[in-house]
Write a protein that binds this ligand. Sequence first.
Ligand code: KIV
Ligand code: ZN
Length: 510
Amino acid sequence: MSDKLIIFDTTLRDGEQSPGASMTKDEKVRIAKILEKMRVDVIEAGFAIASQGDFEAVRAVAKAVKDSTVCSLARALDKDIDRAGEAIKNTNSARIHTFIATSDIHMQMKLRMTPDEVVSQAVRSVKRATKFTNNIEFSPEDAGRSDIDFLCRIIEAAIDAGATTINIPDTVGYNIPHQFGETMKELIERVPNSDKAIFSAHCHNDLGLAVSNSLSAVLNGARQIECTINGLGERAGNTSLEEVVMAVRTRQDIFGCDTNIDTKNILAASRLVSSITGFVVQPNKAIVGANAFAHEAGIHQDGILKHRETYEIMKAEDVGWHTNTLVMGKHSGRNAFKVRMSELGVEFDSDDEFNNAFSRFKALADKKHDIFDEDLQALVTEAQAEATEFIRLISLKVCTETGKENTANITLLIDGKEKSASAKTSGAVDATFNAILSLVDIEPILQLYSVTNVTQGTDSLGEVNVRLEYEGKIVNGQGVDTDIITSSAKAYVHALNKVMENVERAHPQI
Ligand code: KIV
Ligand code: ZN
């Protein structure tokens, strides 16, 4: 059996299906670039038929990425396959991932199809995908609750039709590690042509078992794991890339295989995804949480100082901690800035775009002495958000005094016209949001408001995340500034801009 474990990242597709985590084309390209730098084998860039925006995002990622395979999802429908094929054409290495549900409950209640119809639809779609690429993945959706005999039948037929990867999804996160591992083993043993395909695990985390289930699949013959950065994904999320990669790397004695991943980029990728989506990483999250390598208890510190391996099973620097040394300051020039941005995976399409980013950097360097990688990433996130704005923050003045009401005076540029308003309440952020709302015609519900420091120190950029719900649509907005009331206003305006985009997208699994 191969000792290479393929890492298939679906942050840009399954991760993005998480309500509020939708990303713009430029944001997807930035994440894809860091995944490529990390040496992810396959990047699932989106679901091309979902909307024109999704199609363009898959195309943009396919164009930007050279070293990883770029994949588009497609239901087992002719129109989906053709759209996916169109989106990934002209890519160095392309894959189409097609799926159809195979559990009784999904076939009867959702598809309203017989098992025979499902098999022929799967075969037809895999064959159709061969017109575009010979790298085809087939997934029997809800395999975790499907009949094993039926799975064997449909998988054999899909491989005969040309599928080169067979992905086994536990779509609803129902499986338990030993059971999921046994399913994988039984499928590989019983499907007569299983040697012609790579078997893959795709697990959801509803019972908190996505990583364990994926690893159990590897122990039983799977050689691809589908995962997302920070475990981003619908409901409780997907398998977390950083956790499976580090488990396999740390315990090669158990797994007998390894990935190609350059783990030093893990932290940067985690931070980028968190900042773009607004999904904050919990401090005690394995590998990428702020406390993941913090040894606070005195006894542990003593042990670590005497001999590191007493309490540490991995080195923090191997996943990107501590490599974030001071990079730039007030006197850094244009060239140093360009080189550092390129190292972070950010390329500029035009001189204007570069000049805009450089002047933001200079403005920040005037306010803040030490500029770190996270600051640079935050500046790019902000510039990208502003580029698509319908509403823009022009100015904000807030007066606060202990024991008195706070007043916010705001000026926005809305569809090219300057408009001003003020509001007074007991909180500065509340007054700012009320003033903004009085200038727009909609009343979204605020679902989440959070503030985090981008780096250490009181002069750190404060990053604010705002989640709004409007007419069933959930969006996240981010804003960064050294002043957190201004960050809050920027984040609120960013989210409002997304609400107003009003893009309709199809969900692949509905
Ligand atoms: O969870 C799932 O079943 C999926 C499929 C589309 C692979 O995401
Ligand atoms: Zn999924």
